[in-house]
Structures are given as C-alpha cells and as structure tokens.
Design a protein around this ligand. Structure first.
Ligand code: HAM
Length: 413
C-alpha cells in the first residue's frame, strides 16, 4: 500500500521541533503583551479580492503564489499568503477605529505561498506578526522595529542586521515612478520577461527582482529617497534617531522595496547571513494607504511579520526542553488504582507526571524513566500502598525516601 506523505512544501512539527515552535511563539506573545498588544485571530482563508487589492496585482505573491480555489458555493477563496490584509479587513469590518485611537494586535499561524520549496522556504509556513493601526508617529516605527529585534535577541539569535529604507508616500512615489521609468525604459529589452511586465504594471517591483542580470542592470537606478518630500524625509530621520535611542544598530539600503505593494514610508528587514538565500527572518514597515485602499479610511498603520521556521533554524539547541518532572512506577496489579489516583492528584496540583499503563518490572520502569529524562521516580509497591506512603527516588543525588503524598507535594511543587 502506498503511504501518503505530507504535501510538497509542507512540514510536520513534532518532538523537538514542536517544543521549539512553542517556545518561540510563547516568547513572542509575552514580548508583544509587554508592549500592550492583544491577540487577534483571523480566518485562514479569505475572499481572493482582499489579497488582490491589499497586496497588489503586480506582486509575485498575488501573480504566482496564491492558493486560490472556488469553494462549493463558487466563491473565489484564497488561503492567506500573509496576515496584514486580514487584520486590516477585520479592523475595518468591526469598526475598531471607532472604539479606540490606537489598536495593537499580534498573531501567529500558517501562511500559504506557492513558492519553490527549499531550506527555510515552504509552501505552508508560520509567521508571528504584529500590526498597529491608528498611529502615525515615527517613534512607533522605531519602537516596533526594536520590539522585534529585542525578541530575536532574547531568543539568543545573534549576528542580525537591520536594514531600513523609506519608500515614500503616494506623491513621492509618482515622482519616483517617472524617474525610474526614464532609467528602465532604455534597458527594458535586456531585463527578464517578468520585469518587462513589471515595468508596465509597477516599475518599483523591478528593483525587487531576484534575477542576477536584472539586479546588475538596475544597480545604478535612481533611489527613492531622492524623491521624498521634506515631511517624509523628517519622518525617516526621526525613525533613525529613535532606533539609535533604542540601541538598535541598522544599515540603510536605498534599494529595499519589499515584496508587497502596500508599503509607504518606512520599510525594513532583519536579516541573518546564516541561512543563505533565505536570510530574511523578519520584514515589515508602514502601510498608511492600505486602509484607504480597502476601506476608504485615512488611518496610518505599521507592522511586521517573522518566519517561525527560519527562527527555528537559527535557534539550534538553545531552547528549554520540557521533560516530565515525575515518573510513577507502580508494581503489581493491586497498586494500579492507587497509583493512578495519585498521578491525577499530583497533575491537578500542577506537576508534570508520566505514569505507564502497563504493569512492569522495576528495571523496565527505571529504563523508561531514564529515557524520558525524568529525575524523580515515584515507586509504589503493595507495602507502600498498605502504609499509604510512596517511595521517592532521585536520580540526580541518588537518594531514596519514604514519604506521604502530602509531603511529596510540598517537596516537589
Ligand atoms: P513578508 O516579508 O512577505 O512580509 O514575510 C515575512 C517573513 O515571513 C519573511 O521575512 C520570512 O521570514 C517569512 N516567510 C515568507 N515567506 C516564507 C516562506 N515561503 N517560507 C518560510 N518563511 C517565509 C509579510 O508577510 C508582511 N505581512 C509583514 C508585515 C506585517 N508588514 C506589515 N505588517
């Protein structure tokens, strides 16, 4: 019989990977809550138009990578390729802007992009992310950048580089588009086929092309910073000033445009050189025009998302391992009920307890406890049961003592 395997580009997480995943997500949630963010959970699938309008028709994500299908009601549905558009949809749909000036949300979960799978790049992958809606201050940009950076540092990830740029607002973008077209049109025929289309649809995307020849041809392209208004330039300067105040070292990359169309003003990425070509761990920026585009509201916004699998690759062995705290070895059928009752009692009191379902010999129990990496073993034999006590054996200091369950609780909990 042919064994069915996980679909190409997807991955099962279990054992150590499961622990790493939980560790990262829990650390992130704690970090975000320290900054006043609350959890948001939006559906995994949405109407396709949300992503087309939100992310932009000319982007690789919308053009080539979406998992789009018709459901049984003949609606065009897309598995979310990212989280921002959904958060904005939810914010507009529930008129959250009418309830609070500034909203701070965090999320984590699966995203779907039909990309060529390789190490650090999957078709179903997981992100942790945040979105702040209703705040235009450049200090927010720096604060959010620092929050993500500090999280990665807390997780023990070093050698990170923060790359920032500003892609300006609508007006400066129009000005820049003209400058860029003047540069691109004469070299159009030499660019890749995708870029020929990008020139027509969204010339900025040419700067995000991964093709080496296109990269080389556009290395002297005009930079967007030159088109920024004074106000936009001031915003950018203040972001940099506050990054310094918050102790985040950064480099400026005037070519950084990001792969999604909704950005305006500040954009940034946090990159490692340890993961080869999939070195971008986290990316984000300001998207002050997206709420207008999706809901006709002038509301500024900023956010980022980080790839959990990429963080997992960098984490190595540097995460707390969760082993059970106590193994209960019961000896003889008569002790089973007594032992299981104690196990439940201790678990209710908060101890991580493992108890085997089979009547085993002492040696087999010890072998199992050792394999599980448990330091404390509770031995329950008929003699102990008759006296209403248990024997606690500690593998670390090789001690063994006879105590009551109540004494055991004060000792271990
Ligand atoms: P993004 O740059 O498309 O931004 O994705 C963010 C992160 O998700 C990447 O830096 C990377 O770590 C991870 N990632 C993306 N694609 C894959 C993949 N195929 N396999 C594994 N990991 C991947 C966004 O998604 C924006 N929504 C971020 C944002 C939030 N901007 C504003 N708010």
């Amino acid at each position: 019989m042919k064994l069915i395997k996980a679909v190409r580009g997807t991955r099962d997480l279990f054992g150590e990977d499961g622990q790493k995943y939980n560790y990262i997500v829990n650390a992130a949630h704690e970090q975000f809550e320290n900054y006043g963010y609350t959890m948001i959970k939006t559906p995994i699938f949405e109407e396709t138009d949300l992503f087309k309008r939100g992310i932009g028709e000319g982007t690789d994500v919308v053009e080539k990578e979406m998992y789009t299908f018709s459901d049984r009601g003949e609606r065009s549905i897309t598995l979310r390729p990212e989280g921002t558009a959904s958060v904005v949809r939810c914010y507009l749909e529930h008129k959250i802007y009418a309830q609070e000036d500034v909203s701070r949300f965090y999320y984590s979960g699966s995203m779907f992009r039909y990309e060529r799978p390789q190490a650090g790049r999957q078709r179903e992958f997981n992100q942790i992310g945040v979105e702040v809606l209703g705040e235009s201050s450049p200090i927010l940009d720096a604060e959010v950048i620092a929050m993500g950076y500090n999280l990665l540092e807390k997780l023990g990830i070093t050698d990170l580089s923060v790359t920032i740029n500003s892609v300006g607002g609508k007006d400066s973008r129009v000005k820049y588009r003209e400058m860029l077209l003047e540069f691109l049109n004469p070299i159009k025929e030499e660019l890749c086929e995708d870029c020929k289309v990008r020139i027509e649809k969204n010339p900025l995307r040419v700067l995000d092309c991964k093709n080496d020849k296109c990269k080389d041809l556009t290395k002297d392209a005009p930079i967007i910073l030159e088109s920024l208004s004074e106000e936009e330039m001031n915003h950018y300067e203040t972001v940099k000033k506050y990054l310094e105040i918050f102790g985040v070292r950064y480099v400026e990359d005037p070519k950084l445009v990001r792969g999604l169309d909704y950005y305006s003003s500040t954009v940034y990425e946090i990159i490692t050189n340890k993961l080869g070509s999939q070195g971008t761990i986290l990316g984000g920026g300001r998207y002050d025009n997206l709420l207008k585009q999706l809901g006709d509201k002038e509301i500024p916004a900023f956010g980022f998302a980080a790839g959990i699998e990429r963080i997992m690759m960098l984490l190595g062995d540097n995460y707390p391992k969760t082993a059970p705290e106590l193994y209960i070895a019961w000896l003889g059928e008569n002790t089973r009920d007594f032992a299981f009752k104690i196990a439940q009692d201790l678990r209710t009191s908060g101890l991580k307890v493992i108890i085997d379902f089979n009547n085993r010999a002492m040696k087999a129990h010890m072998k199992k406890a050792d394999k599980l990496g448990v330091n404390n073993v509770l031995i329950i034999g008929e003699d102990e049961m008759a006296k209403n006590v248990v024997v606690l054996k500690n593998f670390n200091d090789r001690t063994q003592e006879e105590i009551t369950v109540e004494e055991l609780k004060t000792k271990l909990i």
